[in-house]
Write a protein that binds this ligand. Structure first.
Ligand code: PXP
Length: 236
């Protein structure tokens, strides 16, 4: 399994003072030097953390792969088509939410999603759809032309260590299996941390985990190199 490190919260900290520290570019470099196999950023419509300039500079400076999380918004699609990241991950976005809550409803808007990702696929950008581990969403995703799904692990992460852990874990495992049988590659992420990540090894064929909050939080105490290296070792 590979580790995509989400560095949005480095930008959150930087924006708290409106200056240039800490540098998201330096953070991306450190993540790459310590086992991160891709750098993930979410260019939100309200630009609350990552800004346009960050994405342009990251695209020029990172040595691994840029995975751009984005909503179905035309202005962001335009930026993606201009910079051509290695991949994009289509996520739902609500202005008031603290973070991405729930997966994209691909099943309920199959035509819209299919049409929206067409130009991105035509430009050679790999497309991933961030969905809940739900069979209808997996089946719909397989009809869009996207190559990947990213399973939302939020419910599993919240249930970890409780009576509902097994149920939430099985949703992930079964959805991954179904997706792979339909020709999709499978990533996962959201809420994964140093305690709950180990069960991802029980899901066969998972390609990459995208992890942000727990790594950046740990880095406050241990430094970013240790935080990334330890997570990369756990999922290797
Ligand atoms: N994957 C997606 C699609 C996300 O939106 C996020 C959160 O930005 C993550 C992964 C990472 O989640 P976390 O910060 O909880 O590790």
């Amino acid at each position: 399994m590979l580790l995509g490190v989400n560095i949005d919260h480095v930008a959150t900290l930087r924006n708290a003072r409106g200056g240039v520290e800490p540098s998201v570019i330096r953070a991306a470099n450190i993540c790459e030097e310590n086992g991160g196999t891709s750098i993930t950023t979410h260019l939100r419509e309200d630009r609350r953390h990552i800004k346009d300039a960050d994405v342009y500079t990251l695209m020029k400076t990172i040595k691994t792969k840029l995975n751009l999380e984005m909503a179905m918004a035309e202005d962001i699609q335009k930026i993606a088509l201009e910079i051509k990241p290695h991949s994009i991950c289509l996520v739902p976005e609500k202005r008031q939410e603290v973070t991405t809550e729930g997966g994209l409803d691909v099943d309920g808007q199959l035509n819209n999603v299919t049409e929206f990702i067409k130009p991105l696929l035509n430009a050679g950008i790999i497309v991933s759809l961030f969905i809940d581990p739900d069979k209808a969403q997996v089946r719909a995703s397989a009809k869009t032309g996207a190559q990947f799904i990213e399973m939302h692990t939020g419910r599993y992460s919240e249930a970890f260590g409780t009576d509902s852990e097994e149920k939430e874990f099985l949703s992930l495992k079964n959805s991954a299996k179904l997706a792979q049988s339909l020709g999709l590659k499978v990533n996962a992420g959201h809420g994964l941390n140093y305690e709950n990540v180990h069960r991802m090894h029980e899901i066969e064929g998972l390609y990459e985990l995208n992890i942000g909050h727990s790594i950046i939080s740990r880095a406050v105490f241990t430094g970013l190199p240790e935080a990334v290296r330890t997570m990369a070792d756990l999922i290797k």
